[in-house]
Design a protein around this ligand. Structure first.
Ligand code: SF4
Ligand code: SF4
Length: 484
């Protein structure tokens, strides 16, 4: 198809067993939880302060915590009910204590008065009706894309009307909506989206990240298949705000159905002049922002700089859908798609309210093989093991993985250089492990430890079983304490 560009590999990468066992399982809404715990720091930047107190009644979608700071993002109640506690809890990933609001539900899911953009909503209802036939949601397999109800003329009209309605909304209003909806990067980075979009730097390129390169995780793949046109419409909103020359929808070539769907959607929408699908080789960690930029447009983000410093903005496909929802339905970010997979009887892709305890999700996945398995929040490469199953889903989480990891005895470094050869950021992982092992953290900034994206590739290939990333994470948190 004319809208697809195929790319080779410009950077190093691992070929990992994919294990995408839930890729053809449709997204299923998880029942509204009885209780949620909303952490007040689940975005990059400043934590929020609670604006509710114990005993307050709240509705779904109501702002319960916010911050005056630019680098922050408001948090909303994800169920209706009563605030039963404003408390502190341990965030095991950041190894710090964070504030949190506990809400006990009333079982009614009573929403605030949502305010969709009036000109957009009607068009969306029609587009939804047409595209809903493009997917067989029972089998989770896309049908022949030509089977959508509308003819191409009708589709083009609707897309033209939608684009016009979006174009009529001032950028300030769009950014305000995105900020108030609490939208952050849903690929895991949780960078506040309104900050990215409010940049005054000249942006040439927008990349929509649909790579999802970690094994097992299928949440973004399902979002692309089941909400493809909404993802594209969200990308158009972002495109309208930052005015790039080109928009690339980057998808790894192990998701051919999503590649075909987006090529068709670009054709339907008449966006082919500026929008392209980029089919990338499936390699880990292709979805990491800086690696992705290098592979899509061949540019390198310098050490200590952000993509926007070289004229690039990257957004995850789930973020793009959330941006669109904030306009078309007025819905803030209260739920997200999370894959539950690995050693479970019934792997799932759940649409789950943020703040839901992990155990609520696991209880809907049939028999769990919990004997020797670890429960990981995230994928097998970058995720973190959790011991407490009442820990809540946050905006950063896309996967709960149950997996048995062999206990490997840590040996001595044999200086084989494999970790150096595989590192996609061209770092010296063996040095980090060696210095961190001896608590000599102060020298590590000189070796650019803060450039490490914690992808885990070095530890994966190390024949001595050295948990290099664990050493790197410890070193980074100690250095934060030193203010470095
Ligand atoms: S040093 Fe960091 S970026 Fe390099 S391979 Fe290891 S975890 Fe990945
Ligand atoms: S891969 Fe492991 S053994 Fe080889 S150089 Fe790196 S740390 Fe040492």
């Amino acid at each position: 198809m004319a809208n697809i560009i195929k790319k080779g590999i410009l950077s190093k990468g691992l070929r990992l067993p994919e294990n995408k066992i839930s890729e053809s399982i449709p997204i299923r809404k998880l029942a509204i939880p009885e209780k949620v715990l909303i952490l007040l720091q689940q975005h990059f930047g400043e934590p929020c302060n609670p604006i509710v107190a114990r005993g307050d009644k709240v509705k779904t979608g109501q702002i319960i915590a916010d911050s005056e700071k630019l680098f922050s993002s408001p948090l909303h109640s994800t169920i209706s009910g009563t605030v039963t506690s404003v408390t502190k809890t341990l965030n095991p990933f950041a190894n710090n204590i964070v504030s949190a609001v506990e809400i006990t539900g009333d079982g009614e899911d009573n929403w605030i008065d949502l305010k969709p953009e009036p000109g957009v909503k009607n068009i969306c209802d029609k587009l939804n009706e047409i595209y809903s036939d493009c997917l067989d949601k029972t089998q989770g397999k896309p049908l022949d894309l030509n089977e959508s109800k509308g003819n191409s003329g009708e589709l083009k009209n609707l897309w033209d009307m939608l684009k016009k309605a979006i174009e009529e909304i001032p950028n300030e209003e769009l950014i305000k909506r995105i900020k108030n909806a609490g939208i952050v990067g849903l690929g895991g980075a949780t960078f506040p989206t309104h900050v990215k979009l409010a940049t005054t730097k000249k942006i040439d390129t927008l990349i929509l990240n649909g790579c999802e390169c970690e094994p097992f995780i299928t949440a973004d793949h399902r979002i692309m298949l089941e909400y493809g046109w909404q993802v594209l419409a969200g990308a158009y909103i972002i495109f309208k705000v930052i005015s790039p020359e080109f928009v690339y929808i980057a998808i790894e070539d192990n998701k051919r159905d999503a590649i075909a769907l987006f090529a068709k959607l670009i054709e339907d929408s008449g966006l082919g002049q500026k929008f392209r699908v980029v089919s990338l080789k499936s390699r880990y960690p292709m979805g990491a922002e800086k690696i992705l930029i290098k592979n899509v447009i061949g540019k390198k983000v310098p050490v200590g700089k952000l993509p926007m410093d070289i004229g690039v903005v990257v957004n995850n496909v789930g973020t793009s859908k959330a941006v669109f929802d904030s306009l078309s339905t007025g819905t803030p970010l209260v739920e997200k798609v999370v894959t539950v997979t690995g050693d479970v009887e019934k792997p799932q892709n759940f649409l789950v309210r943020i703040g839901t305890p992990v155990k609520d999700m696991l209880s809907c996945c049939g028999e769990l093989n919990t004997g020797k398995t670890k429960i990981i929040m995230g994928g097998p490469m970058m995720g973190n093991a959790i011991a407490d199953l009442s820990f809540p889903i946050t905006k950063a989480v896309s996967c709960i993985l149950l997996k048995h990891f062999e206990n490997i005895q840590e040996g001595n470094c044999i200086r084989c250089g494999r970790c150096v050869n595989i590192c996609p950021m061209n770092l010296m992982p063996l040095i980090y492990a060696a210095y961190a092992k001896n608590s000599k953290y102060e020298v590590l900034p000189d070796y650019h430890i803060n450039t490490c994206i914690e992808c885990g590739s070095c530890a994966y290939v190390c024949p001595a079983g050295i948990p290099i990333v664990a050493y790197i994470k410890t070193a980074k948190s100690v250095l934060v304490g030193y203010g470095k």
